[in-house]
Design a protein. Structure first.
Lengths: 466, 64
Protein backbone atom coordinates (compact mmCIF):
# COMPACT_ATOMS: atom_id res chain seq x y z
CA UNK A 1 0.00 0.00 0.00
CA UNK A 2 1.36 3.41 -0.91
CA UNK A 3 0.61 6.69 0.75
CA UNK A 4 0.63 10.34 -0.19
CA UNK A 5 3.63 11.55 1.72
CA UNK A 6 7.30 11.07 2.47
CA UNK A 7 8.55 10.25 5.92
CA UNK A 8 11.12 12.78 7.06
CA UNK A 9 14.09 10.62 7.94
CA UNK A 10 16.60 13.48 8.33
CA UNK A 11 16.21 13.59 12.12
CA UNK A 12 16.60 9.82 12.39
CA UNK A 13 19.74 9.96 10.25
CA UNK A 14 21.11 12.79 12.40
CA UNK A 15 20.61 10.79 15.58
CA UNK A 16 22.28 7.72 14.10
CA UNK A 17 25.36 9.73 13.13
CA UNK A 18 25.41 11.53 16.50
CA UNK A 19 25.20 8.21 18.33
CA UNK A 20 28.11 6.87 16.33
CA UNK A 21 30.16 9.99 17.06
CA UNK A 22 29.58 9.75 20.82
CA UNK A 23 30.02 5.98 20.66
CA UNK A 24 33.53 6.25 19.23
CA UNK A 25 34.52 8.77 21.92
CA UNK A 26 33.09 6.59 24.69
CA UNK A 27 34.80 3.46 23.37
CA UNK A 28 38.21 5.14 23.11
CA UNK A 29 37.88 6.43 26.68
CA UNK A 30 36.89 2.89 27.70
CA UNK A 31 40.11 1.51 26.25
CA UNK A 32 42.17 4.15 28.04
CA UNK A 33 40.61 3.53 31.47
CA UNK A 34 40.97 -0.23 31.04
CA UNK A 35 44.71 0.31 30.54
CA UNK A 36 44.94 2.81 33.42
CA UNK A 37 43.89 -0.01 35.76
CA UNK A 38 47.07 -1.96 35.10
CA UNK A 39 49.45 0.92 34.36
CA UNK A 40 49.11 4.00 36.55
CA UNK A 41 51.46 5.95 34.24
CA UNK A 42 48.58 6.23 31.79
CA UNK A 43 46.80 8.70 34.10
CA UNK A 44 47.62 12.14 32.70
CA UNK A 45 46.91 14.86 35.24
CA UNK A 46 43.53 15.33 36.91
CA UNK A 47 41.50 15.60 33.72
CA UNK A 48 42.73 12.36 32.20
CA UNK A 49 42.78 10.35 35.41
CA UNK A 50 40.70 7.22 35.96
CA UNK A 51 38.33 8.93 38.39
CA UNK A 52 37.20 11.49 35.83
CA UNK A 53 37.27 9.27 32.76
CA UNK A 54 35.40 6.29 34.18
CA UNK A 55 32.37 8.54 34.68
CA UNK A 56 32.81 9.95 31.18
CA UNK A 57 32.97 6.43 29.73
CA UNK A 58 29.70 5.28 31.30
CA UNK A 59 27.81 8.51 30.62
CA UNK A 60 29.00 9.10 27.07
CA UNK A 61 28.18 5.53 26.06
CA UNK A 62 24.89 5.25 27.97
CA UNK A 63 23.55 8.66 27.03
CA UNK A 64 25.48 9.51 23.85
CA UNK A 65 25.56 6.16 22.07
CA UNK A 66 22.68 4.37 23.81
CA UNK A 67 20.07 7.09 24.12
CA UNK A 68 21.24 8.89 20.97
CA UNK A 69 20.61 5.74 18.96
CA UNK A 70 17.34 5.13 20.81
CA UNK A 71 16.02 8.62 19.99
CA UNK A 72 16.69 8.08 16.30
CA UNK A 73 15.49 4.49 16.11
CA UNK A 74 12.37 5.31 18.16
CA UNK A 75 11.44 8.11 15.76
CA UNK A 76 11.81 5.63 12.92
CA UNK A 77 9.78 2.88 14.60
CA UNK A 78 7.11 5.33 15.75
CA UNK A 79 6.63 6.81 12.27
CA UNK A 80 6.39 3.33 10.78
CA UNK A 81 4.01 1.92 13.37
CA UNK A 82 1.73 4.96 13.63
CA UNK A 83 1.72 5.19 9.82
CA UNK A 84 2.26 8.89 9.73
CA UNK A 85 5.19 11.35 9.61
CA UNK A 86 6.22 13.02 12.86
CA UNK A 87 3.57 15.46 14.07
CA UNK A 88 6.15 18.09 14.91
CA UNK A 89 9.16 17.50 12.64
CA UNK A 90 10.77 20.84 13.51
CA UNK A 91 10.58 20.07 17.23
CA UNK A 92 12.24 16.73 16.50
CA UNK A 93 15.02 18.52 14.62
CA UNK A 94 15.44 20.89 17.56
CA UNK A 95 15.58 17.81 19.80
CA UNK A 96 18.51 16.51 17.73
CA UNK A 97 20.46 19.78 18.07
CA UNK A 98 19.69 20.17 21.76
CA UNK A 99 20.80 16.57 22.32
CA UNK A 100 24.23 17.22 20.81
CA UNK A 101 24.75 20.60 22.46
CA UNK A 102 23.62 19.06 25.76
CA UNK A 103 26.01 16.12 25.32
CA UNK A 104 28.93 18.51 24.77
CA UNK A 105 28.07 20.52 27.91
CA UNK A 106 27.34 17.42 29.97
CA UNK A 107 30.61 15.79 28.93
CA UNK A 108 32.58 18.93 29.75
CA UNK A 109 30.87 19.22 33.14
CA UNK A 110 32.01 15.72 34.10
CA UNK A 111 35.45 16.41 32.68
CA UNK A 112 35.95 19.42 34.96
CA UNK A 113 34.72 17.41 37.92
CA UNK A 114 31.12 18.56 38.44
CA UNK A 115 29.59 15.44 39.92
CA UNK A 116 26.63 14.61 42.17
CA UNK A 117 28.43 11.42 43.25
CA UNK A 118 25.40 9.29 42.40
CA UNK A 119 26.34 6.51 40.01
CA UNK A 120 24.77 6.93 36.53
CA UNK A 121 23.21 10.18 37.83
CA UNK A 122 26.45 12.15 38.02
CA UNK A 123 25.27 15.25 36.18
CA UNK A 124 24.77 18.33 38.36
CA UNK A 125 21.42 20.08 38.55
CA UNK A 126 21.71 22.54 35.58
CA UNK A 127 22.41 19.59 33.26
CA UNK A 128 19.54 17.67 34.89
CA UNK A 129 17.16 20.51 34.08
CA UNK A 130 18.32 20.48 30.45
CA UNK A 131 17.87 16.70 30.27
CA UNK A 132 14.31 16.95 31.59
CA UNK A 133 13.49 19.58 28.92
CA UNK A 134 15.05 17.34 26.28
CA UNK A 135 13.02 14.36 27.46
CA UNK A 136 9.76 16.33 27.48
CA UNK A 137 10.37 17.36 23.85
CA UNK A 138 10.97 13.72 22.98
CA UNK A 139 7.81 12.68 24.81
CA UNK A 140 5.71 15.30 23.00
CA UNK A 141 6.98 14.13 19.63
CA UNK A 142 6.41 10.44 20.25
CA UNK A 143 3.12 10.70 22.14
CA UNK A 144 1.85 13.23 19.58
CA UNK A 145 2.29 10.58 16.94
CA UNK A 146 0.77 7.86 19.09
CA UNK A 147 -2.36 9.92 19.81
CA UNK A 148 -2.86 10.88 16.16
CA UNK A 149 -1.87 7.50 14.74
CA UNK A 150 -3.37 6.22 11.51
CA UNK A 151 -3.12 2.59 12.60
CA UNK A 152 -5.61 1.61 15.27
CA UNK A 153 -3.70 -1.34 16.70
CA UNK A 154 -0.61 -0.66 18.75
CA UNK A 155 2.18 -3.13 18.10
CA UNK A 156 4.17 -4.27 21.16
CA UNK A 157 7.18 -2.13 20.16
CA UNK A 158 5.08 1.01 20.68
CA UNK A 159 4.22 -0.15 24.20
CA UNK A 160 7.91 -0.56 24.96
CA UNK A 161 8.61 2.93 23.59
CA UNK A 162 5.88 4.48 25.75
CA UNK A 163 7.04 2.60 28.85
CA UNK A 164 10.58 3.86 28.28
CA UNK A 165 9.45 7.48 28.01
CA UNK A 166 7.22 7.48 31.08
CA UNK A 167 9.44 5.44 33.37
CA UNK A 168 12.70 7.22 32.60
CA UNK A 169 10.97 10.55 33.28
CA UNK A 170 9.81 9.40 36.72
CA UNK A 171 13.11 7.78 37.65
CA UNK A 172 15.25 10.65 36.49
CA UNK A 173 13.25 13.38 38.18
CA UNK A 174 12.87 11.63 41.53
CA UNK A 175 16.49 10.56 41.87
CA UNK A 176 17.80 13.97 40.82
CA UNK A 177 15.80 15.92 43.36
CA UNK A 178 18.51 17.97 45.00
CA UNK A 179 19.00 21.25 46.79
CA UNK A 180 21.36 23.47 44.78
CA UNK A 181 24.11 25.08 46.82
CA UNK A 182 25.62 26.85 43.81
CA UNK A 183 25.53 26.56 40.04
CA UNK A 184 27.90 23.61 40.14
CA UNK A 185 27.05 21.89 43.40
CA UNK A 186 23.91 20.42 44.94
CA UNK A 187 22.91 18.00 47.68
CA UNK A 188 20.62 15.00 47.25
CA UNK A 189 17.28 15.69 48.90
CA UNK A 190 17.33 12.21 50.44
CA UNK A 191 19.88 11.35 53.12
CA UNK A 192 21.74 8.22 54.19
CA UNK A 193 19.97 4.92 53.58
CA UNK A 194 17.08 6.71 51.83
CA UNK A 195 19.50 8.30 49.41
CA UNK A 196 21.04 4.90 48.66
CA UNK A 197 17.63 3.28 48.22
CA UNK A 198 16.38 5.93 45.80
CA UNK A 199 19.69 5.97 43.95
CA UNK A 200 19.62 2.21 43.30
CA UNK A 201 15.94 2.23 42.51
CA UNK A 202 17.01 4.71 39.82
CA UNK A 203 20.29 2.99 38.97
CA UNK A 204 18.81 -0.42 38.39
CA UNK A 205 15.84 0.86 36.43
CA UNK A 206 18.03 3.07 34.29
CA UNK A 207 19.41 -0.26 33.08
CA UNK A 208 15.86 -1.56 32.75
CA UNK A 209 14.42 1.36 30.85
CA UNK A 210 17.46 2.51 28.87
CA UNK A 211 19.03 -0.86 28.06
CA UNK A 212 16.13 -3.31 28.19
CA UNK A 213 12.78 -1.87 27.12
CA UNK A 214 14.15 0.28 24.24
CA UNK A 215 16.18 -2.61 22.90
CA UNK A 216 13.17 -4.94 23.14
CA UNK A 217 11.17 -2.34 21.17
CA UNK A 218 13.82 -2.62 18.45
CA UNK A 219 14.00 -6.39 18.68
CA UNK A 220 10.25 -6.90 18.26
CA UNK A 221 10.15 -4.49 15.32
CA UNK A 222 13.33 -5.25 13.38
CA UNK A 223 13.44 -9.05 13.83
CA UNK A 224 10.23 -9.59 11.81
CA UNK A 225 11.12 -6.79 9.40
CA UNK A 226 14.56 -8.12 8.54
CA UNK A 227 13.73 -11.84 8.51
CA UNK A 228 10.22 -11.62 7.06
CA UNK A 229 9.12 -13.97 9.85
CA UNK A 230 6.15 -12.81 11.95
CA UNK A 231 6.51 -12.79 15.77
CA UNK A 232 5.63 -16.21 17.19
CA UNK A 233 3.08 -15.12 19.77
CA UNK A 234 1.51 -11.73 20.27
CA UNK A 235 0.02 -12.81 23.57
CA UNK A 236 3.41 -13.91 24.91
CA UNK A 237 4.95 -10.57 23.93
CA UNK A 238 2.19 -8.58 25.65
CA UNK A 239 2.19 -10.66 28.85
CA UNK A 240 5.97 -10.40 28.97
CA UNK A 241 5.73 -6.65 28.48
CA UNK A 242 3.28 -5.95 31.30
CA UNK A 243 4.91 -8.32 33.78
CA UNK A 244 8.35 -6.87 33.00
CA UNK A 245 7.11 -3.33 33.52
CA UNK A 246 5.31 -4.30 36.72
CA UNK A 247 8.20 -6.16 38.30
CA UNK A 248 11.17 -4.02 37.29
CA UNK A 249 10.50 -1.04 39.54
CA UNK A 250 10.62 -3.15 42.72
CA UNK A 251 14.06 -4.61 42.19
CA UNK A 252 16.57 -1.82 42.91
CA UNK A 253 17.20 -2.98 46.49
CA UNK A 254 19.16 -6.01 45.25
CA UNK A 255 22.06 -3.56 44.77
CA UNK A 256 22.05 -3.00 48.53
CA UNK A 257 22.18 -6.55 49.87
CA UNK A 258 24.12 -6.72 53.16
CA UNK A 259 23.84 -2.98 53.78
CA UNK A 260 21.89 -1.09 56.49
CA UNK A 261 18.84 -1.08 54.21
CA UNK A 262 16.03 -2.85 56.16
CA UNK A 263 15.96 -6.63 55.60
CA UNK A 264 12.37 -6.67 54.37
CA UNK A 265 13.11 -4.21 51.54
CA UNK A 266 16.08 -6.30 50.45
CA UNK A 267 13.99 -9.48 50.53
CA UNK A 268 11.18 -7.91 48.52
CA UNK A 269 13.70 -6.61 45.98
CA UNK A 270 15.30 -10.06 45.62
CA UNK A 271 11.91 -11.78 45.15
CA UNK A 272 10.91 -9.42 42.33
CA UNK A 273 14.38 -9.72 40.83
CA UNK A 274 14.08 -13.50 40.58
CA UNK A 275 10.60 -13.17 39.12
CA UNK A 276 12.03 -11.02 36.29
CA UNK A 277 13.53 -14.15 34.73
CA UNK A 278 10.04 -15.05 33.49
CA UNK A 279 9.15 -11.90 31.49
CA UNK A 280 12.71 -11.64 30.19
CA UNK A 281 12.64 -15.20 28.96
CA UNK A 282 9.20 -14.62 27.50
CA UNK A 283 10.89 -12.35 24.95
CA UNK A 284 13.80 -14.75 24.51
CA UNK A 285 11.46 -17.69 23.83
CA UNK A 286 9.37 -15.54 21.51
CA UNK A 287 12.47 -14.64 19.52
CA UNK A 288 13.66 -18.25 19.24
CA UNK A 289 10.22 -19.57 18.24
CA UNK A 290 9.91 -16.79 15.66
CA UNK A 291 13.09 -17.87 13.90
CA UNK A 292 12.26 -21.54 14.60
CA UNK A 293 9.90 -21.35 11.64
CA UNK A 294 12.91 -21.11 9.36
CA UNK A 295 16.39 -21.48 10.86
CA UNK A 296 17.99 -21.17 7.42
CA UNK A 297 17.52 -17.40 7.93
CA UNK A 298 20.55 -17.59 10.22
CA UNK A 299 22.62 -18.39 7.13
CA UNK A 300 20.75 -16.55 4.40
CA UNK A 301 19.94 -13.29 6.15
CA UNK A 302 22.94 -11.57 7.66
CA UNK A 303 20.92 -9.66 10.29
CA UNK A 304 19.19 -12.69 11.84
CA UNK A 305 22.28 -13.76 13.75
CA UNK A 306 22.69 -10.29 15.28
CA UNK A 307 19.18 -10.50 16.72
CA UNK A 308 19.36 -14.14 17.80
CA UNK A 309 22.79 -13.83 19.40
CA UNK A 310 21.67 -10.52 20.93
CA UNK A 311 18.55 -12.04 22.50
CA UNK A 312 20.66 -14.99 23.68
CA UNK A 313 22.93 -12.65 25.61
CA UNK A 314 19.81 -10.91 26.92
CA UNK A 315 18.64 -14.31 28.14
CA UNK A 316 21.99 -15.09 29.78
CA UNK A 317 22.11 -11.60 31.27
CA UNK A 318 18.66 -11.98 32.79
CA UNK A 319 19.61 -15.25 34.47
CA UNK A 320 22.98 -14.01 35.65
CA UNK A 321 21.54 -10.71 36.93
CA UNK A 322 18.81 -12.19 39.14
CA UNK A 323 21.29 -14.80 40.43
CA UNK A 324 23.57 -11.98 41.52
CA UNK A 325 20.71 -10.58 43.56
CA UNK A 326 20.56 -13.71 45.74
CA UNK A 327 22.26 -12.97 49.08
CA UNK A 328 24.83 -15.76 49.02
CA UNK A 329 25.98 -14.96 45.47
CA UNK A 330 25.95 -11.22 46.08
CA UNK A 331 28.25 -11.69 49.06
CA UNK A 332 30.83 -13.38 46.81
CA UNK A 333 30.81 -11.20 43.70
CA UNK A 334 29.47 -7.79 44.72
CA UNK A 335 32.14 -5.05 44.59
CA UNK A 336 34.43 -7.33 42.53
CA UNK A 337 35.37 -7.20 38.83
CA UNK A 338 32.66 -9.77 38.14
CA UNK A 339 30.25 -6.83 37.92
CA UNK A 340 31.80 -5.06 34.89
CA UNK A 341 31.89 -8.50 33.24
CA UNK A 342 28.14 -8.80 33.79
CA UNK A 343 27.39 -5.25 32.65
CA UNK A 344 29.44 -5.55 29.47
CA UNK A 345 27.78 -8.80 28.42
CA UNK A 346 24.58 -6.75 28.41
CA UNK A 347 25.92 -3.62 26.77
CA UNK A 348 28.27 -5.23 24.24
CA UNK A 349 26.42 -8.50 23.63
CA UNK A 350 22.80 -7.37 23.71
CA UNK A 351 22.39 -3.58 23.51
CA UNK A 352 25.06 -2.74 20.91
CA UNK A 353 24.38 -5.89 18.91
CA UNK A 354 20.70 -5.06 18.46
CA UNK A 355 21.28 -1.32 17.93
CA UNK A 356 23.85 -2.06 15.20
CA UNK A 357 21.53 -4.55 13.50
CA UNK A 358 18.67 -2.03 13.64
CA UNK A 359 20.90 0.60 12.03
CA UNK A 360 21.96 -1.91 9.35
CA UNK A 361 18.28 -2.46 8.59
CA UNK A 362 17.23 1.22 8.70
CA UNK A 363 20.01 2.71 6.59
CA UNK A 364 19.18 0.99 3.30
CA UNK A 365 15.48 1.66 3.96
CA UNK A 366 16.08 5.36 4.61
CA UNK A 367 18.65 5.98 1.87
CA UNK A 368 16.85 3.76 -0.66
CA UNK A 369 19.88 1.62 -1.34
CA UNK A 370 21.54 -1.63 -0.30
CA UNK A 371 23.96 -2.06 2.57
CA UNK A 372 27.50 -1.20 1.43
CA UNK A 373 28.92 -4.59 2.35
CA UNK A 374 27.30 -7.62 3.98
CA UNK A 375 30.72 -9.16 4.21
CA UNK A 376 32.00 -6.31 6.40
CA UNK A 377 28.87 -6.59 8.53
CA UNK A 378 29.62 -10.28 9.06
CA UNK A 379 33.23 -9.48 9.99
CA UNK A 380 31.92 -6.84 12.43
CA UNK A 381 29.61 -9.44 13.99
CA UNK A 382 32.27 -12.05 14.62
CA UNK A 383 34.89 -9.62 15.91
CA UNK A 384 32.59 -7.91 18.44
CA UNK A 385 31.34 -11.32 19.55
CA UNK A 386 34.88 -12.52 20.29
CA UNK A 387 35.79 -9.23 22.00
CA UNK A 388 32.69 -9.26 24.17
CA UNK A 389 33.04 -12.90 25.26
CA UNK A 390 36.69 -12.43 26.10
CA UNK A 391 35.86 -9.28 28.11
CA UNK A 392 33.07 -10.90 30.12
CA UNK A 393 34.79 -14.22 30.78
CA UNK A 394 38.08 -12.71 31.99
CA UNK A 395 36.16 -10.44 34.36
CA UNK A 396 34.05 -13.30 35.73
CA UNK A 397 37.14 -15.37 36.48
CA UNK A 398 39.02 -12.60 38.21
CA UNK A 399 35.85 -11.48 40.02
CA UNK A 400 35.35 -14.89 41.60
CA UNK A 401 39.03 -15.06 42.50
CA UNK A 402 38.85 -11.60 44.06
CA UNK A 403 35.68 -12.34 46.05
CA UNK A 404 37.07 -15.67 47.29
CA UNK A 405 40.37 -14.08 48.37
CA UNK A 406 38.54 -11.33 50.27
CA UNK A 407 36.59 -13.93 52.21
CA UNK A 408 39.42 -16.29 53.12
CA UNK A 409 40.40 -16.24 56.77
CA UNK A 410 43.20 -17.78 58.80
CA UNK A 411 42.38 -20.15 61.66
CA UNK A 412 42.48 -17.22 64.12
CA UNK A 413 39.83 -15.37 62.08
CA UNK A 414 42.16 -12.78 60.53
CA UNK A 415 42.04 -12.14 56.77
CA UNK A 416 44.33 -14.34 54.75
CA UNK A 417 45.04 -11.78 52.02
CA UNK A 418 45.62 -8.05 52.07
CA UNK A 419 43.62 -5.90 49.68
CA UNK A 420 46.77 -5.24 47.64
CA UNK A 421 47.39 -8.96 47.18
CA UNK A 422 43.90 -9.42 45.75
CA UNK A 423 44.41 -6.40 43.49
CA UNK A 424 47.72 -7.57 42.04
CA UNK A 425 46.07 -10.88 41.07
CA UNK A 426 43.72 -8.87 38.83
CA UNK A 427 46.50 -7.52 36.64
CA UNK A 428 46.78 -10.31 34.06
CA UNK A 429 43.01 -10.35 33.66
CA UNK A 430 42.85 -6.57 33.36
CA UNK A 431 45.49 -6.74 30.63
CA UNK A 432 43.51 -9.42 28.80
CA UNK A 433 40.42 -7.22 29.17
CA UNK A 434 42.21 -4.36 27.40
CA UNK A 435 43.04 -6.73 24.55
CA UNK A 436 39.38 -7.79 24.46
CA UNK A 437 38.37 -4.12 24.38
CA UNK A 438 40.69 -3.43 21.45
CA UNK A 439 39.18 -6.39 19.57
CA UNK A 440 35.66 -5.11 20.25
CA UNK A 441 36.52 -1.57 19.13
CA UNK A 442 38.09 -2.85 15.91
CA UNK A 443 34.82 -4.69 15.24
CA UNK A 444 32.87 -1.50 15.87
CA UNK A 445 35.12 0.39 13.43
CA UNK A 446 34.02 -2.06 10.71
CA UNK A 447 30.46 -1.10 11.61
CA UNK A 448 31.19 2.65 11.46
CA UNK A 449 32.94 2.31 8.10
CA UNK A 450 30.07 0.25 6.69
CA UNK A 451 27.53 2.82 7.89
CA UNK A 452 29.40 5.78 6.42
CA UNK A 453 29.93 4.02 3.08
CA UNK A 454 26.25 3.04 2.90
CA UNK A 455 25.24 6.67 3.50
CA UNK A 456 27.69 7.80 0.82
CA UNK A 457 26.26 5.22 -1.58
CA UNK A 458 22.72 6.40 -0.85
CA UNK A 459 23.64 10.06 -1.32
CA UNK A 460 25.45 9.32 -4.61
CA UNK A 461 22.38 7.47 -5.90
CA UNK A 462 20.12 10.34 -4.85
CA UNK A 463 22.38 12.78 -6.72
CA UNK A 464 22.31 10.67 -9.85
CA UNK A 465 18.54 10.46 -9.71
CA UNK A 466 18.24 14.24 -9.28
CA UNK B 1 9.36 7.91 -4.48
CA UNK B 2 6.38 7.11 -2.32
CA UNK B 3 6.62 5.34 1.00
CA UNK B 4 5.46 1.83 1.57
CA UNK B 5 3.45 1.34 4.71
CA UNK B 6 4.25 -1.28 7.29
CA UNK B 7 1.55 -3.85 7.35
CA UNK B 8 0.82 -5.08 10.88
CA UNK B 9 -0.02 -8.48 9.46
CA UNK B 10 3.65 -9.05 8.71
CA UNK B 11 4.26 -9.09 12.50
CA UNK B 12 1.39 -11.45 13.32
CA UNK B 13 1.63 -15.21 12.96
CA UNK B 14 -1.92 -16.41 12.85
CA UNK B 15 -1.49 -20.03 13.90
CA UNK B 16 0.35 -19.20 17.14
CA UNK B 17 -0.78 -15.62 17.80
CA UNK B 18 -2.30 -16.55 21.19
CA UNK B 19 0.12 -19.30 22.17
CA UNK B 20 1.80 -19.45 25.56
CA UNK B 21 4.45 -22.20 25.67
CA UNK B 22 3.71 -24.54 28.57
CA UNK B 23 7.28 -24.61 29.86
CA UNK B 24 7.34 -20.83 30.00
CA UNK B 25 3.99 -20.69 31.76
CA UNK B 26 5.26 -23.09 34.42
CA UNK B 27 8.32 -20.86 34.91
CA UNK B 28 6.11 -17.78 35.15
CA UNK B 29 3.74 -19.20 37.75
CA UNK B 30 6.52 -21.04 39.55
CA UNK B 31 8.48 -17.84 40.09
CA UNK B 32 5.40 -16.06 41.45
CA UNK B 33 4.78 -18.89 43.93
CA UNK B 34 8.46 -19.00 44.89
CA UNK B 35 8.50 -15.21 45.31
CA UNK B 36 5.62 -15.36 47.78
CA UNK B 37 7.36 -18.09 49.77
CA UNK B 38 10.69 -16.22 49.66
CA UNK B 39 9.20 -12.97 50.94
CA UNK B 40 7.46 -14.89 53.73
CA UNK B 41 10.56 -16.85 54.76
CA UNK B 42 13.06 -13.98 54.74
CA UNK B 43 11.04 -11.11 56.20
CA UNK B 44 11.87 -10.55 59.89
CA UNK B 45 8.26 -9.67 60.80
CA UNK B 46 6.96 -13.03 59.47
CA UNK B 47 9.50 -15.63 60.56
CA UNK B 48 11.97 -13.80 62.76
CA UNK B 49 14.78 -14.36 60.22
CA UNK B 50 17.19 -11.46 59.99
CA UNK B 51 20.46 -10.83 58.24
CA UNK B 52 22.08 -10.01 61.56
CA UNK B 53 20.94 -13.28 63.13
CA UNK B 54 21.99 -15.30 60.11
CA UNK B 55 25.42 -13.70 60.29
CA UNK B 56 25.80 -14.44 64.01
CA UNK B 57 24.86 -18.07 63.40
CA UNK B 58 27.36 -18.42 60.58
CA UNK B 59 30.11 -17.03 62.84
CA UNK B 60 29.31 -19.56 65.56
CA UNK B 61 29.33 -22.38 63.05
CA UNK B 62 32.94 -21.56 62.06
CA UNK B 63 35.39 -24.21 63.28
CA UNK B 64 37.80 -22.76 65.84
Amino acid sequence: MNNEFHYDYKTVQGFVLSAIFWGVIGLVIGLLISAQLWDANLNFGEYFSYGRLRTLHTNVLAYGLGIGAEFGIFYYIVMRLTKRPLVLPKLARFHLWLFNVGMVLATLSLFIGMNQSLEYAEFEWPIDVAIVILWVIFAINVLGNVFTRKEKNMYVSLWYVIATIITVAILYIVNNLAIPASLTKSYHIFAGVNSANVEWWYGHNAVGFLFTTPILAMFYYFLPKSTGLPIYSHRLSIISFWSLIFAYLWTGAHHLVYTPLPDWIQTLGIAFTLFLIAPSWGSVVNGYFTVDKDWSKMRNNYLTKFFIVGITFYGLQTIQGPSQGIRVISSLIHYTDWVPGHVHMGTMGWVTMVICASVYYMLPAMYKTEIYSEKLANIHFWIVLVGQLMFSITMWITGIQQGAMWKMTNSDGSLQYTFMETLVRNYPYWQMRTVAGVIFVVGMLFFVYNVLMTIKKGNDLAKQAA
Amino acid sequence: MKEEFDNLEEFTREDTEHALPLGWLILFIGLIVFGIYYVYAYTPAFTGWSQEKAFEESMQAQPK
